[in-house]
Design a protein around this ligand. Structure first.
Ligand SMILES: [Zn+2]
Length: 327
């Protein structure tokens, strides 16, 4: 058996989990579309831990709806992100492992991620950082036994320098800090911007995965195992980029008859069709029927079948999946 994402040949004991075309975080639908024996457990786990963590968690009613403006973003703070979302950790990139929370920014009119008060120690050998919230900093000897540098390159985030210094001093740690800088210094700000860019890419990869899963669901594993799908496959699985973006965000609804007054019907939509040129396979995805994404699954396919057009919507009213019909 061969996994459509990592292309590894594995025994069937490595394919015990069903991969959902639409992540379950977006709803559990009747007769749900799943891939069985097609995505290995390791890839399934990777996607859950690294991609879907941002889309789902238990926050379908939370983050995503705010993110996609189903609800007013200004209400975001009032539902208490501090209790529900505190302690989210960054999954990838230069700030991997750092703790963040989400908050509505009036200035930017969007949900932004901010670091919680914390310190990060660098491992002397791997050079990777491990982060601790202020009430969870281990004893100095413990950190040193694990190979962390307690004296320099310590990263700190928070509003109060004194508080952090005190928390560290309690553990007999007093690293060199540039004290005149606020804790969220220029360097950290740059890291956070990089982090936001990586979250953006994580969301796009998650969207691309919905498209690729859907294609595998419709056409079978052998079809998507073709080498020509390797660029999109490795973009989804490993974040490998190409010069032309795979995923583009659009502002209009996929459905032609959608009302234009903002009262979009609550559903997710996935479609696949050949581009007008006939050589690229294009998918469109909409989550909560708000923003839509165009995903280029393959370019320059040698023998396209221009009649291949499919679409389904995942209705959040009755939790059923319906096929879209062409007019
Ligand atoms: Zn795999």
């Amino acid at each position: 058996m061969r996994c459509i994402y990592c292309l590894s040949d594995k025994s069937d004991s490595a394919f015990t989990k069903a991969e959902h075309v639409m992540p379950q975080a977006f709803g559990r639908f009747q007769n749900n579309f799943t891939l069985n024996g097609v995505v290995c457990d390791e890839c399934n786990q990777y996607f859950g831990d690294n991609l879907e963590i941002y889309l789902g968690r238990d926050t379908v009613e939370g983050i995503s709806r705010y993110e996609y403006r189903i609800k007013d973003r200004k209400d975001f703070k009032s539902i208490g992100p501090k209790t529900r979302l505190q302690g989210m950790q960054i999954a990838e990139g230069v700030l991997k492992g750092a703790y963040i929370y989400l908050e509505y920014s009036q200035e930017r009119d969007e949900i932004i991620s901010l670091p919680l008060p914390q310190v990060g120690f660098q491992n002397k050998i791997s050079l990777n950082y491990k982060y601790f919230l202020l009430d969870g900093i281990p004893e100095r000897v413990e950190l040193e036994n694990e190979g962390f540098n307690c004296d320099s390159n310590v990263r700190a985030f928070g509003d109060s320098f004194e508080l952090i210094e005190k928390a560290l001093a309690n553990k007999k740690i007093s690293p060199e800090f540039e004290k005149e800088l606020p804790l969220l210094d220029k360097k950290s700000e740059k890291l956070l911007i990089e982090y936001e860019a990586s979250v953006d890419s994580v969301i796009k990869r998650s969207i691309a995965k919905i498209s690729f899963n859907y294609l595998a669901y419709l056409q079978g594993a052998d079809f998507v195992l073709q080498d020509i799908f390797n660029p999109i496959r490795f973009y989804i699985r490993n974040g490998e980029l190409e010069s032309t973006p795979f995923v583009i965000i659009n502002n209009e609804s996929i459905l032609k008859d959608e009302l234009q007054n903002g009262l979009a019907r609550l559903m997710h939509i996935v479609t696949i069709s050949w581009a007008q040129t006939g050589f690229s396979l294009i998918s469109r995805v909409s989550i909560f029927n708000f923003l839509s994404y165009t995903v280029q699954l393959v370019r320059h396919y040698p023998n396209p079948n221009p009649n291949f057009v499919k679409g389904h919507f995942f209705n959040l009213g009755d939790y059923k999946i319906y096929e879209l019909t062409r007019r």
